[in-house]
Design a protein around this ligand. Structure first.
Ligand SMILES: NC(=O)c1ccc[n+]([C@@H]2O[C@H](COP(=O)([O-])OP(=O)(O)OC[C@H]3O[C@@H](n4cnc5c(N)ncnc54)[C@H](OP(=O)(O)O)[C@@H]3O)[C@@H](O)[C@H]2O)c1
Length: 254
C-alpha cells in the first residue's frame, strides 16, 4: 500500500511512519518540511496522488483554527474526493469541553464527518510526555497545585501510533467511523503524577495545594473529564511509571 502520514516528522507521526514502513509499505511524510502546508493546502493534492490511506497526525496548537480545523477539513475533503481512507487522531473527552484547543479538535472531527468520506477517528488520552509536562507545570518548588479530581489516564505514544497503523492497514470503512477510544492502563491524579515526576529526579513528594476551580475550563479538568468513563476505552501500552523510568532525569518539552 501507499500511505501518506501528515506531520510525519512529529512526535506521533514519526512513530506511525516507522510502523508502516516496518511493515513494508510505501510511506510518504507530508508537512511543511516536505512541501505540504495544510494551512494553505499547498502540495496536498500532489502528495495524495495514488494513495490508499492517509494518517493525519499534523497539527499546530499555536495556529488557532488554521491547521487543527481548516487543515483537517482540507485533508478530509481531498481524501473523500479521491476515495482515500482517512485515519485521524483526536482526544478523549473533548465533547462539550471548554478548552479552546479541545473545541477545535471537536470541530475538526465534525469537519471530517461533514466531508463524508471513508474515515476512522481515533480518540486517545494525553500522551505520557504531556501528563508529565502538566505535572511539572503545576509544581512550583515543593508545592503541587491541583483542582478537584484532576486526573489523567495517559497513554504511551507508541501504543497510539501502533493503533493508527492497524487502522490504516485495516478494513476501509464505507462511511465516517469512530474507533474505540484508546487510553493507558492507569488513572493517575495530578498529585500522584507530580510525586512520580519529582521522585524521578530524586526529589521528595510535593506538598499538595488544592485550589478552587474558577471558570468552565478549570471545572472541566476538576471533574476529571480527561479520563474516559470505565469500560469505554481500550487500554494499551506501557504504564506511565515504566515510560518515566526510561526518560532522562531532567524532563523537557511536552
Ligand atoms: N500530545 C498528546 O498528549 C495528544 C493526545 C491525543 C491526541 N493528540 C494528537 O496527536 C496529534 C499529533 O501530536 P504530536 O504531539 O505528535 O504533534 P507534533 O509533534 O507537534 O507534530 C506536529 C506535526 O505537524 C506538522 N505541521 C505543523 N503545522 C503544519 C502545517 N501548517 N502544515 C503541515 N504540517 C504541519 C509539523 O511538521 P512541519 O513543521 O514540518 O510542518 C509536525 O511534524 C495532534 O493532532 C494531537 O491533537 C496528542
Amino acid at each position: 500500500m501507499r500511505l501518506v502520514v501528515t506531520g510525519g516528522a512529529g512526535d506521533l507521526g514519526s512513530r506511525v511512519v516507522r510502523g508502516l514502513a516496518g511493515r513494508g509499505h510505501e510511506v510518504v511524510s507530508a508537512s511543511r518540511r516536505t512541501g505540504v502546508d495544510l494551512a494553505t493546502g499547498r502540495g496536498l493534492d500532489a502528495v495524495l496522488e495514488g494513495t490508499d490511506a492517509v494518517v493525519h497526525c499534523a497539527d499546530d496548537t499555536g495556529a488557532g483554527d488554521a491547521v487543527t480545523v481548516y487543515g483537517t477539513r482540507r485533508v478530509a475533503d481531498a481524501a473523500a474526493t479521491r476515495g482515500i481512507h482517512l485515519v485521524h487522531v483526536s482526544i478523549v473527552g473533548i465533547d462539550d469541553h471548554p478548552l479552546p484547543y479541545y473545541r477545535r479538535k471537536l470541530r475538526a472531527e465534525q469537519g471530517i464527518l461533514a466531508a463524508g468520506g471513508a474515515s476512522t477517528i481515533l480518540r486517545a488520552t494525553q500522551f505520557h510526555s504531556l501528563a508529565a509536562y502538566f505535572a511539572r507545570a503545576l509544581t512550583k518548588g515543593p508545592l503541587t497545585f491541583t483542582i478537584g479530581d484532576m486526573a489523567f489516564q495517559p497513554v504511551d505514544t507508541d501504543a497510539v501510533a501502533a493503533r493508527l497503523v492497524e487502522l490504516a492497514l485495516g478494513r476501509r470503512p464505507d462511511a465516517p467511523t469512530r474507533a474505540r477510544d484508546l487510553a493507558g492502563p492507569d488513572v493517575l491524579s495530578l498529585p500522584e503524577l507530580a510525586t512520580l515526576v519529582r521522585a524521578h529526579r530524586g526529589a521528595s513528594a510535593p506538598r499538595v495545594v488544592h485550589l478552587p476551580a474558577v471558570g468552565a475550563t478549570m471545572h472541566a479538568f476538576a471533574r476529571g473529564r480527561t479520563v474516559p468513563p470505565p469500560g469505554t476505552a481500550d487500554l494499551a501500552g506501557r504504564p506511565f511509571v515504566e515510560w518515566l523510568a526510561e526518560q532522562p532525569a531532567v524532563l523537557t518539552g511536552r
